[in-house]
Design a protein around this ligand. Structure first.
Ligand code: COA
Length: 435
C-alpha cells in the first residue's frame, strides 16, 4: 500500500530528475500493486470484476461463508473438486472463510476492514445491511474504503429484486432486440449481464481509487446489472428514437411499429452486414460479412456479378438499401461453394471486413488466442490443468500472469494468523464455525 500512495503523491508535486530515477528503481511491477481488495462477491458478476482487479495486480482476498461460494459446487465436472464455473472466475485471488452472521465473525471483519482499500460485494438487496455493515458503518470503520456493490437494479421499483444474467438481459433491452422477428425474445451467450456488469464495476472502482488520491476519501460505487446491459444496448435506443422519423431502412424487417424489432443478424451499425452460409453447411459454417461502400466493387466481382458495380440499381449504398436481403443472398450463393476459412482469406485480400463464426472448439484451439494469452492453461492443485479465458486488458508495463483460483479457506492462516495475529485461535475459530 505504501508504494501505491507514494506513487500517487508524485502526481501532485513537480518531479525532480532524482525523483524520476528513484521512481524508476521502485517501479511497480503491476498497475494495482499494493491495492488490497476484500472480495465478498459470489457467482459471476462480482467475481468477474475482482478477477480483473487481481490480474491488474491487486491483492484480492475472497471472503466466503464457511460453506464457500455456491459456484464452487455448481455445474461440477469432477466430483468434490471446485467447478470450472468457480475456477474460471476466481483466478489470482486468495481465499478466507468467515461467518458474517456470528458475533466473532463480525468482530474479525471489523479488524480486517481498515487493511483494505476496496470492499466488493454482490449480495442480494439488503444482505450487507442485514449483516450489520451498511455504507455508514463501513465508512466509519475505514473512511478511505471504496465500497463497490453490484445489484440487479438501481433505485426505484425493482431495487429489492434479485437478479441473474438473463433477467438483466430481459430488462436491459437486449432480449427484446435479439433474435429473429418471427421468433421469441432471445438471450445472448455473451454474459453481458454478469461479466458485462463486472467490467463496468472495475471502471467505477478504478475511478474511485484515482479520486481518493486527491480527496483522501473513499466512496461508494454502485453498478446495476440492468443499467450495464442498457449501456451496452445504447444503439437500440438510438434506433427507437429514429423510428419516430420513419422506418429503419437498414433493418431486414418489412414492417415497423413503435418499438425496435428483433433484426436477426443485421449489423446494427451504419454498414450492412449479415451471416452468410458456407460449405459444408454445418451449424457454424457461416461468415459474417460487412459491405462497406468501398467493398461493393470487389464483392460484385468476386461473386461473378461485375455488372452490378455500375448498375444504378446496385451501385450505391442507398440503392442497395431496399434489397439488402437480395444482396446477401447473392453473396451467399458464392460463399456456399467455399469453406469459411477460404471466404475469410479471400475477402480479406480485398480488405472486406468479415469474420467466420467460430465454435467453442475452434476458439479453444485457436493458435492466435493461445499465443496472445487469451486462451490460457492453468494448473489447479486438485483438478490439474484447466483452460480459462485470459485477461483482455493488455498493459505494456503490467503483464498478467494467470494463476489458479484458491481452495476454500486456503489463506486463513496467512490472513488471520499473519495479519491479525490469530494463529493460536485458528483451530477454535474453525471448530466454532466462525471461519
Ligand atoms: N457469512 C454468513 N452469511 C453470509 C455470508 C457470510 N460470509 N455471505 C453471504 N451470506 C448470507 C447473506 O447474509 C444472506 O443472508 P440473509 O438473506 O439471511 O441476509 C444470504 O447469504 C444470501 O445472500 P444472497 O446474496 O441474497 O444469495 P442468494 O443465493 O439468495 O441470491 C443472487 C443470489 C445472485 C440472486 C443475489 O445475490 C443477487 O441478486 N445479487 C445481486 C445481483 C447479482 O450479482 N446477481 C448475480 C449475477 S451472477
Amino acid at each position: 500500500m505504501a508504494g501505491f500512495r507514494e506513487g500517487a503523491q508524485a502526481l501532485h508535486a513537480p518531479r525532480s530528475v532524482d525523483q524520476h530515477i528513484h521512481e524508476k528503481e521502485n517501479v511497480l511491477r503491476k498497475a494495482l500493486e499494493g491495492v488490497r481488495v476484500l472480495d465478498m462477491t459470489h457467482v459471476q458478476s462480482g467475481p468477474s470484476c475482482t478477477q480483473l482487479l487481481a490480474w491488474l495486480g491487486a491483492d484480492v482476498v475472497k471472503l466466503e461463508a464457511p460453506g464457500g461460494d455456491v459456484t464452487r459446487k455448481q455445474l461440477r465436472d469432477i466430483p468434490n473438486v471446485d467447478s470450472l464455473y468457480f475456477t474460471m472466475l476466481n483466478c489470482n485471488k486468495r481465499s478466507i472463510t468467515l461467518n458474517m452472521k456470528s458475533p466473532e465473525g463480525k468482530r474479525i471483519f471489523t479488524e480486517l476492514l481498515p487493511r483494505f482499500d476496496i470492499l466488493a460485494e454482490n449480495f442480494g438487496p439488503g444482505a450487507i445491511d442485514r449483516m450489520g455493515f451498511g455504507w455508514d458503518v463501513l465508512q466509519e470503520i475505514n473512511p478511505r474504503l471504496i465500497f463497490a456493490s453490484i445489484k440487479g437494479f438501481g433505485d426505484g421499483r425493482y431495487t429489492h429484486y434479485k437478479a441473474y444474467e438473463v433477467i438483466a438481459q430481459a430488462m436491459g433491452g437486449s432480449m427484446s432486440t435479439t433474435g429473429f422477428i418471427d421468433g421469441p425474445p432471445m438471450a445472448t451467450g455473451a454474459q453481458i449481464g454478469d461479466s458485462g456488469t463486472g467490467i463496468h464495476a472495475v471502471a467505477g472502482i478504478l475511478a474511485a481509487l484515482y479520486q481518493r488520491e486527491h480527496t483522501g476519501r473513499g466512496q461508494r460505487v454502485t453498478v446495476a446489472m440492468q443499467d450495464s446491459v442498457l449501456n451496452l444496448c445504447r444503439v437500440k435506443l438510438r434506433d427507437h428514437q429514429r423510428l419516430q422519423r420513419g422506418p429503419l431502412n437498414e433493418y431486414p424487417n418489412n414492417e415497423f411499429g413503435d418499438e425496435v424489432p428483433r433484426s436477426g443478424n443485421a449489423s446494427g451499425g451504419g454498414q450492412p452486414g449479415w451471416a452468410v452460409k458456407c460449405a459444408p453447411g454445418g451449424p457454424n459454417d457461416y461468415v459474417y460479412v460487412v459491405v462497406q461502400p468501398v467493398g461493393w466493387e470487389p464483392i460484385a466481382n468476386l461473386i461473378g456479378r461485375p455488372e452490378l458495380v455500375t448498375d444504378p440499381e446496385w451501385s450505391t449504398p442507398d440503392a442497395r438499401l431496399n434489397k439488402l436481403d437480395k444482396m446477401f443472398q447473392l453473396i451467399e450463393e458464392w460463399s456456399m461453394g467455399l469453406g469459411k476459412w477460404q471466404v475469410l482469406e479471400i475477402l480479406n485480400q480485398y480488405n472486406i471486413p468479415c469474420g467466420p463464426i467460430l465454435s467453442t472448439k475452434e476458439i479453444i484451439e485457436d493458435e492466435s488466442l493461445l499465443a496472445n494469452d487469451m486462451v490460457v492453461r492453468v494448473d489447479h492443485p486438485e483438478r490439474g490443468e484447466f483452460t480459462t479465458v485470459g485477461c483482455p486488458l493488455k498493459l505494456s508495463d503490467s503483464p498478467v500472469d494467470v494463476r489458479t483460483s484458491p481452495l476454500l479457506g486456503e489463506h486463513n492462516a496467512d490472513v488471520y494468523g499473519e495479519e491479525l495475529g490469530l494463529h493460536d485461535q485458528l483451530v477454535t475459530l474453525k471448530a466454532k464455525g466462525v471461519i
